[in-house]
Design a protein around this ligand. Structure first.
Ligand SMILES: Cc1cc2nc3c(=O)[nH]c(=O)nc-3n(C[C@H](O)[C@H](O)[C@H](O)COP(=O)(O)OP(=O)(O)OC[C@H]3O[C@@H](n4cnc5c(N)ncnc54)[C@H](O)[C@@H]3O)c2cc1C
Length: 402
């Protein structure tokens, strides 16, 4: 991978590699031992804050064309972000997702927020480096996962407030977040065009954590259920406008967020697949000696090579999607393609790695079984593989997206 990168990218990659090795992997293994998400006072978060980094600031540029009268060089933010996403996931994706910052809540605030909202939510909560802080993003509900049009969380205007009612589930960093961008409907009959994003702050009466999920993978990351019961949210916390003439505004915000985040999520699955692949390569080298002889050994090597081809192809799709964002071009097609292809490539790599390691593959200290468990989730969140295939097929054939 490094041979394709310029010096600026290489230097950052080296920094991330050392951070991943010394901080993320040990933290991820701590969580595996305890079976719980990393606690908010975990050393990783304190050390990360002290380093003064913000990976969420690497989190994608606006999907906007740059004005032609101001010739600027293309941004590098999105390409840097996919590179970072892959490298951090290689070491421990659950821990990387738990790092302090606005997280998935960042893009809707930066896309739709006023300067005052950006100051309140994107900057102020994260200034105190002695206190890690998180943001989160919540669309998913018990009855609305892939089909976001089905959300039933409601927001009813009452003077200078909205009253929010509903349930959200599977929300990353949802319990520890200082604020969560909650997608609610101001008009259930209107479907997606009734959706609006609200920033709901921790401690708002009526806003509570209903559960913390026990998951098969990404153990170090917290996944929470959230409940809103007559929760009064100030009008000043609405992102964008209420007026209905601005059709599909909330939905568009969610979709624009996905164009930024899907290549990142795809790159993460490449990182996990690469972790399993490299472990399997080392095992194969040791087990098969200088020349593989048996048909089983040759078959295993062929599968290892196929897994590598798929991982490399997946990475290039992520890079293309990021390159387009950096150059102000629409990347919805490429973002979908990367999200379809990469998790399957990653899952294939972890499966091959399990087979090559044979019985050792299921041993917890070999990391491969952890990669196997962590990887599956990438075919689920940020749009399942099946849904991405539908979105892509519609787009390729010129049908309107629904
Ligand atoms: C670890 C983790 C973290 C998460 N973090 C967040 C978060 O921070 N914020 C948030 O809002 N959500 C989050 N999610 C939720 C995630 O986005 C949803 O799980 C995802 O959208 C899928 O929804 P679902 O689980 O309800 O599955 P469903 O939508 O019910 O889908 C179930 C299956 O049916 C398939 N399917 C559904 N509809 C169709 C169709 N029309 N055609 C063909 N196949 C279809 C799907 O592909 C899938 O295989 C997280 C989930 C996990 C596991």
């Amino acid at each position: 991978m490094e041979t394709k990168l310029d010096t600026g990218f290489k230097n950052i990659l080296n920094l991330l590699r050392s951070f991943g090795k010394n901080y993320l992997r040990p933290a991820g293994l701590d969580a595996e031992r305890s079976g719980e998400p990393l606690p908010v006072d975990h050393k990783l978060f304190m050390d990360f804050n002290k380093l003064g980094w913000s990976f969420s600031n690497l989190g994608g540029s606006r999907n906007k064309k740059q004005p032609s009268d101001k010739p600027k060089g293309p941004r590098r933010t999105s390409r840097m972000s996919v590179l970072a996403a892959e490298e951090l996931a290689f070491w421990d994706q659950g821990a990387a997702m738990s790092l302090p910052g606005p997280g998935l809540g960042g893009p809707p605030v930066s896309l739709l927020g006023t300067p005052e909202q950006k100051e309140r939510f994107l900057y102020a909560p994260f200034k105190d480096k002695s206190k890690p802080a998180w943001g989160a993003y919540a669309t998913t509900e018990p009855g609305a996962g892939s089909d976001v049009a089905r959300i039933r969380c409601t927001a009813v205007r009452d003077g200078e407030h909205y009253i929010l009612n509903g349930e959200k589930m599977y929300i990353t960093n949802g319990a520890r977040a200082s604020w969560v961008v909650i997608f609610a409907s101001i008009d259930l009959e209107a479907g997606r065009s009734g959706h609006r994003p609200f920033v709901v702050e921790k401690g708002t009466p009526g806003f509570s954590v209903s559960r913390i999920e026990k998951k098969m993978g990404l153990t170090s990351s917290e996944t929470a259920g959230l409940s809103l019961e007559d929760c009064r949210v100030p009008v000043a916390n609405l992102l964008g406008q209420e007026k209905k003439s601005d059709k599909n505004q909330g939905f568009k915000a969610a979709m624009a967020t996905f164009d930024q985040t899907r290549p990142l999520v795809a790159a993460m699955s490449v990182g996990i697949g690469r972790c399993a692949w490299e472990r399997a390569r080392d095992i194969a080298k040791e087990a098969f000696g200088k020349t593989p002889h048996s048909s089983k050994e040759i078959l295993m090597l062929q599968r290892l090579a196929e897994a590598r081809r798929q991982l490399d192809a997946a990475r290039l799709l992520c890079w293309e999607a990021a390159w387009k964002l950096d150059h102000g071009e629409n990347n919805t097609k490429e973002a979908s393609m990367s999200k379809i292809f990469a998790p399957r490539a990653g899952m294939f790599a972890t499966q091959v790695a399990m087979d090559i390691a044979s019985l050792a593959g299921v041993r917890q200290d070999m990391i491969i079984e952890k990669c196997f468990r962590d990887e599956k989730i990438f075919d689920i969140f940020e749009g399942t593989g099946e849904i991405q295939r539908i979105v892509l097929a519609r787009r390729l054939l010129g049908f309107p997206s629904r």
